[in-house]
Design a protein around this ligand. Structure first.
Ligand SMILES: Nc1ncnc2c1ncn2[C@@H]1O[C@H](COP(=O)(O)OP(=O)(O)OP(=O)(O)O)[C@@H](O)[C@H]1O
Length: 205
């Protein structure tokens, strides 16, 4: 609490929830592990006008306490975290915050869930692509990712097809990808991929 707020605790102004004039824009970076999502997100925060948040699903996984999870409970735990992550993202955007979301749409329900939560006109879906041999090279070089994770996700993350933009991080630097995404935002394609999905996919939530 600020000193000013403490000085006038009964002032009704401090009980008024601030207006949020517009919904935030969401850039949804979708790619496998090691495809370069976080690197692009960092470049975007230095490139885009205004204030943006980098919101990686990994940050939510890393908030979990250290109690061991039984193998048979692991998928439910991951699903619950992803579902909560989607709602946290939607809440931040609804309050007017601009977000770079770093996620892997490995299961179709994740896309369907987000379709029901995010404002489709303000959501831009970017496919972060990279050929599998390069993903495997990066995975090995990093040493902090489960070996084989990228290969497991490779055929899944882009299976739904449409995106607003594709970038290939085996030929573009993170900065070059960020500039293409900045151009996409300036063009503001209409309809967006999310708007097109909304017309054809069952919306949940
Ligand atoms: N455009 C690029 N060109 C070359 N190397 C890259 C590029 N983008 C990322 N890398 C390298 O690939 C590795 C993974 O990058 P990054 O952490 O950005 O991927 P990620 O998709 O966020 O991965 P994860 O989901 O596993 O956290 C890093 O070693 C990074 O330096």
């Amino acid at each position: 609490m600020t000193a000013a707020a403490a000085a006038v605790p009964d002032d009704p102004e401090y009980a008024r929830i601030p207006d949020t004039p517009a919904k935030g824009t969401v850039i949804l970076l979708n790619g496998t592990s090691s495809s370069g999502k976080s690197s692009i997100a960092r470049a975007l925060l230095d490139t885009l006008d205004g204030t943006w948040f980098h919101v990686p699903v990994d940050a939510f996984h890393s908030m979990r306490g250290g109690t061991p999870i039984a193998d048979e409970d692991l998928q439910a735990e991951i699903d619950r975290t992803a579902k909560g992550f989607h709602r946290a993202v939607a809440g931040m955007a609804a309050a007017g915050n601009n977000l770079v979301v770093d996620h892997s749409l490995t299961r179709r329900w994740r896309l369907l869930d987000l379709l029901g939560l995010l404002e489709p006109r303000n959501t831009f879906l970017v496919a972060v692509r990279c050929p599998l041999p390069e993903l495997e090279r990066r995975e090995k070089a990093r040493g902090d990712r489960q070996p084989g994770l990228a290969a497991l996700q490779y055929g899944q993350v882009h299976a739904h097809g449409t995106h607003d933009l594709d970038v290939d991080t085996s030929v573009l630097s993170p900065q070059e990808c960020a500039l293409r995404i900045r151009d996409l935002l300036r063009r503001r394609p209409s309809p967006t991929a999310f708007e097109r999905f909304r017309r054809t996919a069952p919306v949940t939530g």
